[in-house]
Ligand binder design. Structure first.
Ligand code: DOR
Ligand code: ZN
Length: 340
């Protein structure tokens, strides 16, 4: 009989949006409940571009969460990012990584990078420091079809980046395509990727199932089934290059259910349940711990968590609403439950 429980080292979320203010207070406890550490994305308004802003934001996150949760902060890269400020934040233990948003690629990316060459001085310093670059890997060229933006980003930006900075540690965030899987698998050990629950579970049909489904819309947008299968295979393969990053990105119901709905899926309340179900379906439960709790820590050069968490087989429904927000897989059946 298949085992009824699964106990693993406590996982970390290597990519999450915790927001600020009231939204921070609402959503952060869900992440802190399941994860020991989380890499917090800096796309606030205004974006987190200085060491002081990151320190203050970290403090607000700690105030919003129970003791024991460690937020890991990132620097939002702009055309004007100073290599010295990056180095200072890294040396002072504030920044674990810096995030590249191509300008206009996604939520609050208006101050992002307009040309990769503009951050070459910053990347040169990061490569020397061993500081990780987190990449939102989509081109913003309006001529490029929205479903091709990730694959085109590899050809136009990433190949050049790994050529010019061969030792730079890069995380290709929230990969969605077979091309991204191939790129990561074919690169050296300094290139890794995060994988979200939604890109393992839905394909692009979910956005149009019986009508327009704003809660299935995120960026990068879900792709065709063949891509979902490629991402699933990579995540459950046991390769150390792929690790958990939820990209949980809450927006109010009004902001999602709108004439111009925001991109982002709020998956934090049942993140581990969503992931473990995928590993169960792929007969890869024995590889879940590496994906959720080991590979990311190793990539970032951090220790593996000492505590354990347990999941158990237990049928339940995801509620239609959690704290006034619509969670990923709302109303759907879950086969696992996070025990703690
Ligand atoms: O769907 C997304 N939402 N993708 C991103 O890259 C940003 C995020 C957000 O901050 O809402
Ligand atoms: Zn994100």
């Amino acid at each position: 009989m298949a085992s009824q429980t699964l106990t693993i080292r406590k996982p970390d979320d290597w990519h999450v949006h915790l927001r600020d203010g009231e939204m921070l207070a609402t959503v952060a406890p869900y992440t802190a409940r399941q994860f020991a550490r989380a890499i917090v994305m800096p796309n606030l308004v205004p974006p987190v571009t200085t060491v002081e802003a990151a320190r203050d934001y970290r403090k607000r996150i700690l105030e919003a969460t129970a003791p024991g949760f460690t937020p890991l902060m990132t620097c939002y890269l702009t055309d004007d990012t100073s290599p010295d400020e990056l180095a200072r934040g890294h040396e002072e233990g504030v920044w674990i990584a810096a995030k590249l948003y191509p300008a206009g690629a996604t939520t609050n990316s208006a101050s992002g990078v307009t040309d990769i060459r503009n951050i070459y001085p910053a990347l040169t310093r990061m490569e020397k420091l061993g500081m990780v670059l987190c990449v939102h890997g989509e081109v913003t060229d309006p001529e490029v079809d929205v479903f091709d933006r990730e694959a085109v980003f590899i050809d136009r930006v990433l190949l050049e980046l790994v050529r010019d900075f061969p030792a730079l540690k890069i995380v290709f965030e929230h990969i969605t395509t077979a091309e991204a899987v191939r790129f990561v698998e074919g690169s050296g050990p300094n290139i890794g990727a995060t994988v979200t629950p939604q890109h393992l579970i839905i394909n692009r049909n979910a956005i149009f199932a019986g009508g327009l489904r704003p809660h299935a819309y995120c960026l990068p947008v879900a792709k065709r089934e063949q891509h979902r299968l490629a991402v699933r295979k990579a995540a459950t393969s046991g390769s150390p290059k792929f690790f958990l990053g939820t990209d949980s990105a809450p927006h109010s119901r009004e902001a999602k259910e709108s004439g111009c709905g925001c991109a982002g899926i709020f998956n934090a309340p049942f993140a581990l349940e969503s992931y473990v179900d995928v590993f169960d379906e792929e007969d890869a439960l024995d590889r879940f711990e590496a994906f959720a709790s080991v590979n990311g820590a190793n990539f970032y050069g951090l220790p593996i968590n000492e505590d354990n968490v347990t999941l158990e087989r237990f049928y339940h429904d995801v509620p239609a609403e959690v704290a006034g927000l619509v969670p990923f897989q709302a109303g759907e059946k879950m086969r696992w439950r996070f025990v703690g």
